[in-house]
Ligand binder design. Structure first.
Ligand SMILES: Nc1nc2c(c(=O)[nH]1)N[C@H]1C(S)=C(S)[C@@H](COP(=O)(O)O)O[C@H]1N2
Ligand SMILES: [Mo]
Length: 431
């Protein structure tokens, strides 16, 4: 299996000047289904059809082989990957969702990227407690069984680490959408709206802030305004139907829809109500955006509108040669739904509207497709999302003009993949 933990930056922060007369012939397809180009082979004798194969001949495994099912052995490349030089050790660690291996909008539980500041806590649900204290009428402690007696809801939400794409602020860095954009996952959560629990405790009128705390060794905390807590925040115990995975905070995590992943405290053990934001320990909570003039943007909680072409991309080159080609990707916005995604194959000179497919849910990933006829010439692929508030995903240059290059967080700039005539792809920037 390819282990990309030693992934190196792309060849010296690639920036390519677009040639004036770049051929637009490849654009012919438009958004409709492409008619030209046969994708099936003519019926000639093929041993895979005419001969009996092993899998036709021998009995396979029975139902007792896999009490908990696993992916096919032929899918061993669809795994989370880390980049060895990004974090100092495996406790304060990060890995990335293999976005280029997925389709639709749901991230399978075993492929959700992980971000831990103190490793994965191993907690038996019977030993877990959730406490609500601070500016409340009645401080309360809940067991997991208590929580399951509140009305449950299920919602699909994306979680994006504020540092997603953070390595790309100074130029094209990492060669693969797993690495540039893989700190995002999209899961159907089941749990209880936080407002029901807070109502039970009775929040004092002076209570303006919520402090969630994790039971892991990092004791992760973040300050969240009470209005957000009362709006759509949830405490959840299930993801995509089954119990939360240990990596995602088993047995209980906070869900803060549309807001940066850092606030979604895992292994949630305490909710304190206060009248002002807390001062946080440096390493877990310095989530501010340093600007060029040395000042910082604070309280930048919402993840702005963003998109990424997942295929083709550096880890998923075009292998079939010219002709009928399916481009696909993901778009999302912390402000609600995505209204439109545009795709360019010539580095942003011409745009076509992509086809949004599947559920368009607020604060969830959206899937888009763009089918076109590739003439075999080099391409500069870009996607640009527009959300329900009509916010438009900016170019990286526009972002830098506004915020400089000192930031790590909130990089939602437009990504470019350079497709060469041989179908291979590289992370570049164009101007
Ligand atoms: N208790 C606790 N919660 C945590 C963290 C942590 O280290 N400890 N990391 C945070 C960060 S920075 C992110 S981006 C998300 C990642 O969630 P995931 O591991 O499910 O992808 O969890 C957040 N919640
Ligand atoms: Mo994060």
């Amino acid at each position: 299996m390819a282990d990309s933990s030693d992934i190196s930056p792309v060849s010296s922060a690639r920036r390519i000047a677009l040639k004036a007369g770049l051929k637009l012939g490849a654009l012919a397809g438009g958004a409709g289904l492409v008619g030209a180009g046969q994708v099936s082979a003519a019926a000639t004798p093929d041993p895979l059809i005419t001969e009996v194969q092993d899998w036709n001949r021998y009995l396979g495994d029975g139902v007792d082989a896999n009490p908990y099912g696993k992916p096919s052995v032929h899918e061993s490349d669809a795994v989370r990957r880390t980049v060895s030089w990004l974090t100092a050790d495996n406790k304060s660690s990060i890995n990335f969702t293999p976005l280029h291996k997925l389709d639709g909008i749901i991230t399978p539980n075993g492929l959700c990227f992980e971000r831990h500041h103190g490793g994965v806590a191993d907690i038996a649900p019977g030993d877990h407690r959730l406490m609500i204290n601070g500016l409340v009428e009645t401080p309360l402690v809940f067991t997991m069984e208590d929580l399951e007696r509140f009305p449950r809801e299920s919602h699909v939400y994306f979680l994006e680490c504020a540092a997603n794409s953070g390595m790309e602020w100074r130029g094209a860095q990492l060669n693969g959408c797993q690495f540039t954009h893989g700190m995002v996952h999209n899961v159907m959560y089941t749990g209880v709206k936080l407002k029901h629990l807070l109502a039970e405790a009775g929040v004092s009128p002076r209570g303006k802030w919520l402090l969630p705390e994790g039971a892991d060794p990092s004791h992760m905390t973040r300050s969240i305004p009470i209005d957000k807590a009362m709006d759509d925040c949830m405490v959840v115990f299930r993801m995509n139907g089954e119990a939360l995975r240990p990596e995602q905070g088993y047995p209980l995590r906070l869900v803060v829809p549309g807001w940066e992943g850092n606030m979604w405290v895992k292994w949630l053990r305490r909710l304190e109500i206060g009248d002002q934001p807390w001062h946080h320990r440096e390493e877990t909570s310095k989530y501010t955006d340093l600007l060029a003039d040395g000042t910082a943007r604070r309280f930048t909680w919402t993840m702005d509108v963003k998109s990424i072409i997942t295929n083709p991309s550096p880890q998923s080159p075009i292998r079939h040669g010219r002709g009928r080609t399916v481009l696909t990707g993901l778009a999302w916005s912390g402000h609600g739904t995505v209204k439109r995604v545009d795709v360019s194959i010539d580095g942003g000179r011409n745009w076509s509207t992509a086809r949004l497919d599947g559920p368009t849910l607020a604060k969830s990933l959206h899937r888009f497709y763009y089918e076109f006829d590739w003439d075999g010439s080099e391409l500069f692929l870009q996607s640009r999302a527009i959300d329900e508030q009509r916010q438009v995903q900016p170019t990286k240059d526009a972002l830098r003009a506004e915020r400089g290059v000192n930031s790590i967080y909130h990089n939602n700039g437009i990504q470019t993949w350079h497709i060469r005539p041989d179908g291979s792809a590289e992370n570049v920037e164009v101007s």
